[in-house]
Design a protein around this ligand. Structure first.
Ligand code: HEC
Ligand code: HEC
Length: 293
């Protein structure tokens, strides 16, 4: 009798454990709607954080990652004095004005005041580059000007002034809607290549970008509230890293989480993904530097 009750206890325990396991699995994906709040930076700049999707988009509404973050994180982004990413933007301004290279020029020597010359630029990138017959992003455009127009060396991925200067340039488009041109050069082909990657299952987890950011968008994966994974806030200040994070570094992080092989920054695979992912956020305001956890 004693033995049987012991078995019964064990059986109950086993059932309880299995049930807990199943619940833990599903609680990985507990759904919660993004908040219904407005992002107004410094009480002045109204950000578009929700908008109707462009034609051909799988979801009806495009939403900013800001809507999925905690109250504290959202507040931090709404106040540029509280936003730690703004320090990097200021650092970017210093790079903008610093002479470098054999031509003895700074960015400002040719482009003057970034508030005028760079306004809207961050909202339309990546763009088609005729010379290389490929799409380029802001980071690559900076390098082209450094090489061709300054006689300076290209910056390595995420090194030197790359992140702060990219953030400074994008910040000049704060609030403007993301609006890429897919009808230039072969942009459409790159878009399609990026889309293919986006829907391909990868790594040991066998997850695609779309599994997390489309199918489970709005669900929790551990402590993370899954957003649509849009690119409109990059480079972004990440609290976890305590620093500015570039878009390709974020892509690499997401790919690393699936335990798949990680493509190099600025490789064709990454550029195609940038074209496609940026397009998915069409109509959202540029939020650079966004604050995320
Ligand atoms: C000697 C002049 C010169 C200097 C210095 C220079 N640029 Fe340029 N930049 C240009 C010219 C000219 C263009 C137009 C496009 C081209 O060269 O193909 C351009 C284009 C750009 C664009 C693309 C604008 C658009 O609408 O797509 C960006 C962004 C840019 N430059 C940023 C920079 C930055 C950042 C620096 C400093 C690191 C810099 N430039 C230094 C001359 C310069
Ligand atoms: C296993 C789930 C998972 C997969 C697969 C995944 N991501 Fe993510 N991703 C996350 C999480 C978690 C975050 C942080 C919370 C959020 O914004 O969704 C995130 C954030 C992002 C962000 C930042 C969004 C913002 O507002 O700052 C981008 C961009 C992104 N992912 C792109 C991608 C791309 C592209 C792929 C495919 C190569 C991908 N992700 C695959 C889980 C995933």
């Amino acid at each position: 009798m004693r033995n049987r009750s012991f078995d019964l206890k064990n059986l109950t325990l086993a059932i309880a454990l299995v049930a807990a396991g199943v619940m833990a699995f599903f609680s990985m994906f507990v759904a919660a709607a993004p908040v219904d709040e407005e992002l107004i930076i410094d009480g002045e700049f109204n950000m578009i954080t929700r908008t109707a999707s462009p034609e051909g988009h799988p979801l009806s509404e495009v939403t900013s990652g800001w809507l999925y973050r905690t109250d504290e994180t959202r507040d931090q982004q709404a106040d540029s004095f509280e936003n730690p990413g703004m320090l990097a933007v200021e650092e970017g301004e210093v790079f903008w004005n610093t002479v470098d290279g054999s031509a003895g020029k700074s960015c400002a020597s040719c482009h003057d005041d970034a508030a005028t010359s760079m306004k809207g630029v961050g909202a339309k990138y990546p763009v088609w580059d005729v010379a290389s017959s490929k799409p380029i992003n802001i980071e690559q455009r900076i390098n082209l000007c450094r090489i061709d127009n300054m006689g300076a060396q290209a910056w390595e991925f995420d090194e030197q002034g790359q992140k702060p200067l990219a953030a400074y340039i994008k910040n000049q488009s704060l609030g403007l809607p993301v609006s890429m041109k897919l009808d230039e050069g072969d942009m459409q082909k790159w878009w399609e290549k990026g889309k293919e990657t986006y829907y391909s299952r990868m790594g040991q987890l066998d997850f695609s970008c779309a599994n997390c950011h489309e199918q489970y968008n709005g669900s929790y994966i551990r402590a993370d509230h899954l957003s649509q994974g849009n690119a409109n806030g990059f480079p972004t200040f990440r609290q976890k890293q305590g620093t500015l994070v570039s878009l390709h570094s974020r892509f690499q992080g997401c790919i690393r989480d699936t335990r798949a092989e990680i493509p190099e920054a600025f490789s064709d695979d990454m550029m195609a993904l940038e074209v496609y992912v940026t397009w998915r956020g069409t109509g959202l305001s540029v939020e650079t530097p966004a604050v995320r956890q």
